[in-house]
Design a protein around this ligand. Structure first.
Ligand code: SF4
Length: 200
């Protein structure tokens, strides 16, 4: 079976959609491959495209702050990726065709990582993950801030949708909602007292 590094190397050669023609770098994902916690965003932005790493710009700063200060976890102990691995020009929203083309990589990644907790950031990754696990998606505002439990990979996994941190940059109310969802994630992690890393 392929490892996450094998998949990420394949992503670096991908030309399944035209976004590869506009990107500076592919952004496959980053973090601890033994983490039980997976964060999934939408697509790389400008800083991510330049550095080839997810969530390293302004939105990434907010995400990292919450991982560090609310969850009390080091960012390098979780795994972070996006639904789309190349930056859409001018940060436009990904098209259905691009999502269809690129989501095969996310599907491979989640089936290797087999996380216990999946946190989706924003409507695009939430809608895709809900569809993948047969959960009805309404809207990010309706569905966020709840724990969805499903049985998969012979275990119970939990999905928690929240806002995309980029949407909270200039909106204090949404930032408060984002923070509140992180306290829910914190409770969930604390209940699972087996740690956040899987040692194999
Ligand atoms: S966005 Fe995804 S499918 Fe499109 S070229 Fe990049 S890696 Fe491949």
């Amino acid at each position: 079976m392929d490892s996450i590094n094998d998949i990420n190397k394949e992503i670096l050669k991908c030309n399944r959609c035209s976004l590869c023609n506009y990107k500076t770098n592919y952004v496959p994902g980053d973090g601890n491959i033994n983490s039980k916690i997976l964060f999934i965003g939408e697509a790389p932005g400008r800083d991510e495209d330049i550095q080839g790493k997810p969530f390293v710009g302004k939105a990434g700063k907010i995400l990292t702050e919450n991982i560090n200060h609310i969850l009390n976890i080091d960012r390098k102990d979780v795994y972070i990726t996006n639904l789309i691995k190349c930056r859409p020009p001018n940060n436009r929203k990904p098209t259905d065709e691009e999502i269809k083309a690129c989501s095969i990589w996310l599907e491979k990644q989640i089936n290797i990582l087999k996380p216990d907790i999946i946190i989706t950031l924003g409507s695009y990754s939430t809608s895709w993950i809900f569809n993948y696990f047969n959960i009805k998606f309404n809207s990010i505002m309706k569905d966020r801030g709840k724990v969805y439990k499903i049985n998969y990979w012979n275990k119970e996994i939990k999905i928690i949708p929240t806002l995309h941190p980029a949407s909270t940059i200039y909106n204090k109310e949404w930032r408060a909602i984002f923070d509140k969802d992180f306290y829910l994630i914190k409770d969930l992690i604390n209940k699972n007292n087996t740690g956040i890393l899987r040692y194999i």
